[in-house]
Design a protein. Structure first.
Length: 310
């Protein structure tokens, strides 16, 4: 390895920039391990100056870090493996963790800048591990036993947040997003499969909590989301051409700030397969509706090998 990799923290609770790496599919295993370790430690990592990467290069790099899923469980018309995050179709300006409406929640997402607006369009990530750790003890006791119902189809009129990964003006995209109904019950506290840390698993796909009605669910959801998204618990990234970000989707939520008017913005996302979350007592998430086996393998890092989808 000729390059010297260095990890520079960009926030107290979350986020680091990795310097000294030219990303490709040919990185040696020591570099891949260093990148994965930095991801686990800092939850979101940023690379600058990766202008050489195209979709193929991004995919080759992604394959060395994990097992790519197909683009999305339902949004499959705009790429096999790469999901375009395109401002003409949607603006993810609400707090979420990616694809939590299925049982096999992705391990990570890898996002590469393709076209950036002249101003605005940053992305914010929040650390769901520190959010859990900083809860008062009685709230930890509650959430340790709490389960949430996540779905890709919800009643927007009752949501206090915008539609997020959907563009409410783009009915076509919304129809595709909702073309198959998914519903999964996840523990609100999941044990991270690689670090053993406890992380909150919430975000805008939550419909309600198991055993709570919708107004009680809203009150509890707002209380917990406010903890997660406290500004000190976040990092904001102002994108430049050549940037690439990777987040640990098992330990973060994120929000794309829609403050760039009618400017065009596009980033390309590759999603890495993850495992099925487990609660603090080891119970796995439960599918209520929808089969996501076409979307993603179940990749359990404890087994270190790709497992057969269940
Ligand atoms: O547009 C962004 O910056 C992030 C969009 C998003 O939510 C994602 O790529 O998963
Ligand atoms: Fe997202």
């Amino acid at each position: 390895m000729s390059e010297q990799i260095s990890v520079v923290k960009v926030g107290g609770n979350i986020g680091a920039r990795i310097d000294g790496v030219t990303l490709s599919g040919d990185l040696d295993s020591a570099t891949i391990t260093a990148i994965n370790d930095a991801l686990l430690a800092h939850k979101v990592i940023f690379f600058r100056g990766q202008d050489h990467l195209d979709d193929e290069g991004q995919l080759a790099f992604a394959r060395s870090l994990g097992v790519p899923t197909i683009a999305h469980p339902t949004v499959t018309s705009r790429g096999d493996t790469i999901l375009p995050i395109d401002s003409d179709y949607g603006r993810a300006n609400s707090w979420h963790t990616d694809v939590t409406f299925v049982d096999r929640v992705p391990k990570a997402s890898i996002l590469r800048a393709v076209a950036l607006p002249e101003y605005g369009g940053s992305t914010i990530w929040a650390n769901t591990v520190t959010a859990y750790e900083q809860l008062p003890e009685p709230l930890k006791v509650l959430v340790d036993k709490l389960w949430a119902v996540h779905t890709n189809v919800y009643d927007y009129s009752t949501k206090t947040v915008e539609a997020g990964e959907l563009n409410k003006n783009t009915e076509e995209y919304r129809a595709e997003f909702q073309s198959t109904y998914y519903e999964t019950e996840h523990p609100v506290v999941r044990v991270h499969p690689e670090t053993g840390e406890k992380a909150l698993l919430l975000g805008h796909f939550v419909k309600r909590f198991v055993g709570f009605d919708s107004s009680e669910s809203t009150a509890l959801f707002d209380l917990l989301q406010k903890r997660i998204t406290k500004l000190e618990n976040t990092v904001r990234w102002n994108w430049q051409a050549g940037d690439l970000a990777i987040w640990d989707n098992r330990a973060t939520e994120h929000y794309a700030v829609a403050d760039y008017d009618d400017n065009y913005r596009r980033l390309n996302r590759i999603t890495l397969a993850g495992d099925i979350p487990r609660s603090v007592t080891g119970e796995q998430s439960r599918v209520v509706a929808g089969d996501a086996s076409h979307f993603s393998d179940v990749v359990d890092p404890r087994e270190s090998q790709r497992a057969i989808s269940v």
